[in-house]
Structures are given as structure tokens and as C-alpha cells.
Design a protein around this ligand. Structure first.
Ligand code: SF4
Length: 344
């Protein structure tokens, strides 16, 4: 099987050209063609014939196929992609002001087994390759260009779909390098966010190898017992250790860490929970996203009442930590946070 063109970052591409005695200037042309213009056909413009033939003969340009598209009432779009080995993954386009955030999957299933997450119930199947990650972006963009002409603007990329991105670090890192390349998609470093359950080996690599890319930590409870239930890897990598490590990471001037907190009725939604959360995050470069629990088939957890959610935020406000209650987007098509499961 031929290697995928979409597994190459810019320096890989330059190396391939050099090793095969081809004109190195083709790297910029090819990145521009495939990632800026996002053309489907192969590139014949401004590129020598021997380079065209080389890539045609030696590389695969296929992408994950769109299997199903669900459009929510709020214009959120959930894609089910079919991979070459027939596994399926989900990707979500979330609209805001005629632009989109794209929520990418990084694995088929997930090994972290978080109790509030539909993906976690699916178990881990395999890591995605870089081309399968980049392919979600290109296919979503092309779908927008075809179905919502003029709206094909993906401004933010968040690794919050299926999988723990830091558990598939190499492929995610290379996908980020492709998104960031100024020769191609040129997405700003602060427009990419990687969300983690607190997988320490990947967290250490993130801070050293892709600095500037934003980090979101799934926190969900400041109390060990509750967090162990929600995020089982908390037993191996306890929250205190994860927070202490994050505190030491140098951040850019405008950068902050997002802390995600799923609010579950009568489990982690009390004033005590909020107070403890405020105490551990006070004084940090923190931003809290409160996510009312989105139910999925088979889950016993429930979403708290609106009053309770607002009260939780009021307690956090006393700690002067910027906090947002995130409205569910796409929950009618199971595209909201924690609802992704490719068996649906
Ligand atoms: S919340 Fe994220 S890390 Fe946890 S099981 Fe779901 S996909 Fe995996």
C-alpha cells in the first residue's frame, strides 16, 4: 500500500523531494494546493512534471469517507467517517457567527474509560493516523464549501472528539504541525486546543514539543474519590500531580489553561464542589468551562437543574475565575460533549 501524502508534515515533504532529487520548491506549492486551497484533485500547476509523476506513483491521496451527516437544529454538523478498515469515527462542526470550530477525533474509541462519556463505553480500538486526523479537517471543510457555500471557515480546531489525543501523541503532533504550517492551512497556534483527561506521559511531551497549542484539562471533580469514578486514570495520575505539572508550564502572554467541568446532578454539582474547585484553581491562568451533562443511551447520570448550574457558577465567581456555562450544541443528534460513539 502506498503511504499517504497527508501523513507528511512540511519538513517530511521537503525531505522526500530532496531524497528523490526533485525540486524542493514543490513543497510550498503542494502544501498550498492541498491545505490552503484544499483542492481534491492532484496538483499540476506550478510544479515540474517529474514531481507530479512521482507523487502520483508513490503516494495515496485518499481521505476518510463521509458515511453519514447529521445536521442539528442549531446547525451543528456531526460527521460519521468510515476508515479504510471499516472502523468509524465522529467529527463535529460547531457553528459560531458564521464560522466554525471543528472537534476532531484522535482515536477509534478510547482507553480512558471515563464514566460520563459515550466514547469511553466503546473501548479502545486503535489510534488514528495523521492522515485520518487531517482528513477529518479537509473533508469537513469541503462539505461546508459544497453545502454551506461562503461558510467554509474553520477558525478553531479542538481535539475533543473521540479518544485521548495525548495518548496518540505522535499522530496528533504531526497533524498539528500540518494545521499550523504557514504554507498550508495556517491555523494560528492559539486556535488549536488539545483536551486531555490528564494523561501525564503525553502532557509532558505536549509542553515540550508543541508549545503554544492550547490545553484543556478535563477536571470534573476536585475530590479524588469522585474524580476516580469519573476519570479512572486519576488513580494512576492524580489531579494534584497533573495540576502541579501544568503550573510549571510556561504560557504565552495571552494563553491560559481551560478546565472542563461536567456538571452531574447530585454528584459533583453542590456548593462544596464549587468551593473546592475554586480553591484549587484560584490564582492560576485558568478559564473554566462548565458543561451540563449531556445524556446518552445507557447512562445513569443526569443533568442538574438550571438553578443549580447557575448557583455553581456564582460560587466560582467569588474566586474571580472566568467561568462559562457552555450551552449544549448538537445534543439532538448526539453531537454534544461526551455523546460521541461511532456505533450510533
Ligand atoms: S472523555 Fe475523552 S478521555 Fe474520557 S473516555 Fe471520553 S474520549 Fe476518552
Amino acid at each position: 500500500m502506498k503511504p499517504s501524502f497527508y501523513d507528511l508534515n512540511y519538513s517530511d515533504l521537503e525531505r522526500v523531494l530532496n531524497q528523490n532529487n526533485l525540486n524542493g520548491s514543490a513543497a510550498a506549492v503542494l502544501f498550498n494546493w492541498h491545505y490552503k486551497k484544499k483542492e481534491k484533485a492532484q496538483c499540476y500547476e506550478n510544479i515540474a512534471k517529474d514531481s507530479v509523476a512521482f507523487f502520483q506513483n508513490n503516494f495515496d491521496f485518499s481521505l476518510p469517507e463521509i458515511d453519514t451527516v447529521h445536521e442539528s437544529k442549531d446547525r451543528t454538523v456531526k460527521f460519521l467517517f468510515k476508515l479504510k478498515d471499516s472502523y468509524k469515527i465522529e467529527t463535529v462542526l460547531i457553528p459560531f457567527h458564521n464560522k466554525y470550530s471543528l472537534c476532531l477525533s484522535s482515536q477509534v474509541g478510547c482507553a480512558m474509560n471515563c464514566s460520563f462519556c459515550f466514547t469511553g463505553k466503546q473501548g479502545f480500538k486503535r489510534n488514528l493516523t495523521t492522515n485520518e486526523i487531517v482528513g477529518q479537517f479537509l473533508q469537513a471543510w469541503r462539505w461546508l464549501a459544497k453545502n454551506r457555500l461562503g461558510e467554509e471557515r474553520i477558525l478553531n480546531i479542538v481535539f475533543m472528539g473521540q479518544g485521548e489525543p495525548l495518548h496518540n501523541f505522535d499522530a496528533v503532533k504531526k497533524a498539528c504541525e500540518i494545521f499550523l504550517s504557514q504554507h498550508g492551512a495556517s491555523i494560528g497556534v492559539q486556535k488549536i486546543t488539545i483536551s486531555t483527561a490528564g494523561y501525564m506521559p503525553g502532557l509532558k511531551r505536549w509542553s515540550q514539543e508543541i508549545p503554544g497549542v492550547n490545553l484543556a484539562l478535563s477536571l470534573h471533580s476536585p475530590f479524588a474519590e469522585k474524580r476516580n469514578e469519573l476519570i479512572p486514570i486519576n488513580v494512576k495520575y492524580p489531579l494534584g500531580e497533573v495540576l502541579a505539572y501544568i503550573d510549571k508550564i510556561p504560557l504565552n502572554k495571552k494563553q491560559f489553561i481551560t478546565y472542563e467541568y461536567i456538571l452531574i446532578k447530585d454528584f459533583n454539582d453542590s456548593s462544596d464542589d464549587a468551593k473546592q474547585l475554586g480553591m484549587i484553581l484560584a490564582g492560576k491562568r485558568a478559564y473554566i468551562n462548565l458543561i451540563p451533562f449531556n445524556s446518552f443511551p445507557g447512562s445513569d447520570y443526569k443533568c442538574p437543574d438550571v438553578d443549580k448550574i447557575e448557583k455553581f457558577k456564582e460560587v466560582l465567581d467569588t474566586f474571580k475565575i472566568p467561568t462559562l456555562i457552555r450551552g449544549a450544541k448538537g445534543d439532538d443528534v448526539l453531537a454534544a460533549c461526551g455523546q460521541l460513539n461511532s456505533k450510533i
